[in-house]
Design a protein around this ligand. Structure first.
Ligand code: CAA
Length: 385
């Protein structure tokens, strides 16, 4: 619970998502991890429940929920299936929010209702083979030809690259400029010249497809530009601010699941004539982990509340992402240790949670990049002089 009181509506959303995800998503998460099957049907159900455009106003088909409700929901989904949670996170935090904030009225009316109903899933393509932490080094270009832009280049590690219905892609429109030479475009799946390339065989989040997207003379109408020419970097960074709160929420959800599984195991496992939960060493692990999860949860709520109050929250989103993603990696490791030899088998969910959590310190900005953002925020704050 946050240090402030959750409203009845926020509690209702949390309880509705908890019931749905523990009944529907948790039951099939292990199988999906094995088969790598994209949870298309579940995402559609989540669209019907209002989870796929949570913060979008009702006039565009969304729920008009606040960010606190969103992180509560996302944590609950992650608790039960981290693969489904990352698809939900990119779709809501980056794609829907970017179209709402930067899109033209025509783009909002055309795309948001399809996204909020989960008739289509959204993807976001910034990263390239040689441009990860430094997206300004991207080489994808978009050349204006009459009333169209022709996109050429390739993007890497794109969440939902194969299963998306549209992708927001960044590309250079002016090679002579750095940040302001980048623009963003909405590209529909099926557009000639948009090719789904390699699909990664990942250690975790295996039911969420992560792909290369190749653009070969891919033509989009000029009205598919998101924002103005040169706004692409700002759009990506603004989207990632919200996205990073989402990764904190995923981390909190997976960490809570790991702790709950470890506690259940410890209360049932006998060694030396006692339940292992009686041993002080293990009880201290549990106390420390519960405290760390609570600390991450508060950072997540704090960044979400700032976003809801329309304050600048870039640094707080990075703090929440940094702390929560490192925390979940410590905790899934410790919870696996509590399971002993069984922890590395498929007999218990902890093995999957351990693998799923690993990428959280990497995607949507590595821990090292979060420290760049946080130190920039501190050093540029003149009030601290
Ligand atoms: N919001 C709005 N504008 C921002 C901003 C923000 N959060 N951050 C920077 N900007 C603006 C700055 O104000 C500046 O604008 P002006 O030129 O008008 O002053 C401009 O952008 C350049 O800012 P910086 O000089 O700080 O930019 P930089 O090149 O030094 O980069 C960085 C900063 C923090 C390192 C940034 O590049 C970054 O976040 N890198 C990591 C990228 C990342 O997270 N990639 C993950 C890809 S998404 C993903 O993982 C996919 C998925 O599907 C899950």
């Amino acid at each position: 619970m946050p240090f402030f009181k959750l409203t009845d509506e926020q509690l209702m959303i949390q309880s509705m998502v908890r019931e749905f995800s523990r009944k529907v998503l948790a039951a099939t998460a292990a199988e999906r991890d094995k088969t790598k099957e994209f949870p298309a049907g579940n995402l559609k159900q989540m669209g019907d429940l209002g989870l796929m455009g949570m913060m979008i106003p009702p006039e565009y088909g969304g729920e008009g929920a606040d960010t606190i409700s969103y992180v509560l929901a996302l944590s609950e989904v992650a608790y039960s299936c981290a693969s489904t949670a990352v698809v939900m996170s990119v779709h809501n935090s980056i794609v829907c929010e970017s179209i709402l904030k930067f899109g033209s009225e025509a783009q909002k009316q055309k795309y948001l209702p399809q996204l909020t109903d989960a008739d289509i899933i959204g993807a976001f393509a910034l990263t390239e083979p040689h441009a990860g932490s430094d997206p300004v080094a991207q080489m994808t270009t978009a050349e204006k030809k009459g009333d169209r832009y022709v996109i050429n280049g390739s993007k890497r590690f794109i969440t939902s690259g194969k299963n998306c219905g549209l992708v927001i892609v960044t590309a250079k429109t002016d090679e002579s400029k750095k940040h302001k030479g980048i623009s963003a475009f909405i590209v529909e799946q099926g557009t000639p010249g948009l090719i789904v390339g390699n699909i990664e065989d990942k250690m975790g989040l295996r039911a969420s497809d992560t792909t290369d997207l190749i653009f070969e003379n891919c033509e989009v109408p000029a009205e598919n530009m998101l924002g103005n020419e040169g706004d692409g970097f700002k759009i990506a960074m603004t989207g990632l601010d919200g996205g990073r709160i989402g990764i904190a929420a995923q981390s909190v959800g997976v960490a809570q699941a790991a702790l709950d599984h470890a506690v259940k195991y410890a209360k049932g496992r006998d060694q030396f004539g006692h339940k292992i939960s009686k041993f002080q060493g293990l009880r201290w692990y549990i106390a420390e982990m519960a405290t760390e999860i609570e600390a991450a949860r508060q950072l997540m709520f704090s960044a979400a509340a700032m976003k809801d109050r329309k304050e600048k929250y870039t640094m707080q989103a990075s703090m929440a992402k940094l702390f929560a993603s490192e925390m979940v990696n410590r905790i899934t490791g410790k919870c696996l240790q509590i399971h002993g030899g069984y922890g590395v088998t498929k007999d218990y969910p902890i093995e999957r949670l351990y693998r799923d959590a690993r990428v959280f310190t990497i995607y949507e900005g590595t821990s090292e990049i979060q420290k760049v953002v946080i130190s920039n925020g501190i050093l540029k704050d003149k009030r601290k002089m």
